[in-house]
Write a protein that binds this ligand. Structure first.
Ligand code: FES
Ligand SMILES: [Fe+2]
Length: 364
């Protein structure tokens, strides 16, 4: 039994964290409106290319600034024409020459890294870019790897449900049949590891082969024996990476063939999330439009299933219950870590999230 506050479908979110706001290609000389952590934000690029994020609510009478237009580096409100610059300060009031000090909107720290734009919705004084997950580790922009941004899908569910989805890849056998494995993932040996804000669940599959469709996606030859390692890794609270490594059994010691799926999650609110997908591979593959569409269909399978789960939690509220498996350990560690981050922010003890480093070897 849960209180409604601890339901995964009603999880809150830490604010003093970096989240992905957009792919770089989405933000240009237009006004892009999104909501992050319940706060409406408008984004655009100045003529020199710098991305800007402002509170999407005019300081005058509250019209969303995204309903206005860009004027040089400023956004002009569509109601009475007041303009605000990239730092949120008012740059022009058409009706008077004096600018009241309160005539400003909040601007949010942004960092453009690889092909993401990261946003900090919390205390700007704490917005250390060094806290953004290392992109080379994620395979994004890594030498010798081919990486690409794909698409964002908005899902009507709590971001915690998606984290737990990524951390339990046994679902691929049933929810995405024939797309990401040939049915062997569900029975593989696995281990879990928690280190700092990183949760991992690794599965090691010895002497497996792949059907043509699965092999093509992972850059290996079909119907040939490989050893496969799959690591689901969550950088709490914003990033999931699925690390797939295939070792050719006929070439001992050769480097693995790798494909990484990087999904970032940014809560829109407690019941809606933006899921951004990027991929990276070690075999020089550039994805075709048909492959990207195929991936979109896979992610939509997650969306349909988890929106239905969210609906059940909504329906049963505090009467909702779950019966966890041993393999849910990683997802539960992620859940506890997010709760601890929220509690640390609430009590002002930021930085002292006490999640012990832990490695477990388990048999499936
Ligand atoms: S509401 Fe924006 S200028 Fe009046
Ligand atoms: Fe999935």
């Amino acid at each position: 039994m849960h209180s409604s506050e601890t339901l995964p479908a009603n999880q809150g979110y830490p604010r003093n964290q970096w989240y992905v706001a957009a792919f770089s290609y989405e933000v240009g000389a237009n006004l892009l409106a999104r909501t992050f952590l319940d706060v409406p934000v408008v984004m655009y690029r100045t003529p020199d290319g710098g991305p800007v994020a402002l509170h999407d609510k005019c300081a005058h009478k509250g019209l969303p600034l995204s309903m206005g237009k860009l004027c040089g580096t400023s956004v002009q409100c569509g109601y009475h024409g007041i303009e605000f610059g990239p730092d949120g300060a008012c740059t022009k009031i058409p009706q008077q020459s004096s600018i009241p000090s309160a005539m400003r909107v909040r601007s949010f720290p942004l960092v453009e890294k690889w092909q993401w734009i990261w946003i900090w919705m919390g205390d700007p004084a704490k917005a250390d870019p060094g806290l953004i997950p290392d992109h080379d580790s994620l395979g994004l922009g890594r030498t010798g790897y081919t990486s690409a941004p794909f698409f964002m899908i908005e899902m009507e569910l709590n971001f915690q449900l998606m984290h737990e989805n990524f951390l339990d890849q046994t679902h691929v056998t049933y929810l995405h049949p024939g797309a990401l494995d040939d049915g062997e993932m569900v029975s593989a040996q696995y281990w879990t590891k928690v280190d700092g804000n990183i949760v991992q669940l690794g599965r090691e599959l010895s002497n497996v082969s792949a059907s043509a469709g699965v092999a093509g996606f992972f850059g290996i030859e079909p119907d040939r024996p490989y050893d496969r390692i799959h690591i689901a890794e969550t950088h709490v609270p914003a990033v999931n990476i699925g690390r797939n490594s295939y070792f050719d059994r006929s070439k001992p010691g050769s480097p693995p063939i790798e494909l990484f799926g990087i999904n970032t999650l940014t809560p829109r609110n407690r019941h809606s999330v933006y899921n951004f997908l990027a991929l990276s591979n070690s075999f020089g593959h550039q994805w075709s439009a048909a492959e990207v569409e195929g991936l979109r269909q896979v992610v939509l399978q997650d969306k349909v299933a988890l929106e239905a789960v969210q609906q059940r939690f909504n329906q049963f509220g505090s009467d909702s219950s779950e019966c966890s498996l041993k393999s849910d350990h990683a997802g539960m560690a992620c859940r506890r870590m997010i709760s601890a981050m929220i509690e640390a922010e609430r009590t002002g003890s930021m930085g002292s999230v006490a999640i012990p480093a832990k490695t477990e070897a388990l048999s499936a």
